[in-house]
Ligand binder design. Structure first.
Ligand code: ZN
Length: 146
């Protein structure tokens, strides 16, 4: 099996059995994302304790790429600090829009990097991450006004 076939298998698996699919009863931050190009919708629920993401879930409906990306993202986020999560958001979105080089430091998220060969699908793969970015920004605001 070549590496692209393997990546495709991972994406299909996450689409069939999305990890952390559902919602949290009392999340500390929630955000909605919508990708009009494809019709993907996602709601992201975050539980942040002491600057650390202790739980995360998502629901919504979208194409295989958007669902797999959200699933992989939630797996990556648990236990990360807000700064680490923001850093990953920057690296992931840069990796998917930079045609010039590969980003080996993406770890298991690398399976989605092939999407950049299909510019119209990049927004599917980054939707969950933009939604995360929004949720984190909101949670910062909330912390400041308490
Ligand atoms: Zn899509």
């Amino acid at each position: 099996m070549d590496i692209k076939a393997l990546y495709q298998e991972v994406i299909l698996d996450h689409n069939r059995n999305p990890r952390n699919f559902g919602h949290l009863e009392s999340p500390t931050a929630v955000a909605n994302g919508y990708n009009p190009l494809c019709g993907d919708k996602i709601t992201l629920y975050l539980q942040i304790d002491d600057n650390t993401i202790s739980d995360v879930k998502f629901d919504g409906c979208g194409c295989a790429i958007s669902t797999a990306s959200a699933s992989l993202m939630t797996q990556t986020l648990i236990g990360k600090s807000i700064e680490e999560a923001e850093d990953l958001f920057q690296r992931f979105t840069t990796a998917l829009t930079d045609q010039k080089k590969n980003y080996p430091e993406l770890g298991k998220l690398t399976v989605l990097e092939g999407v950049k060969e299909f510019p119209s699908r990049v927004k599917c793969a980054t939707l969950a991450w933009h939604t995360l970015h929004q949720a984190l920004a909101r949670s910062e605001e909330a912390a400041c006004t308490e």
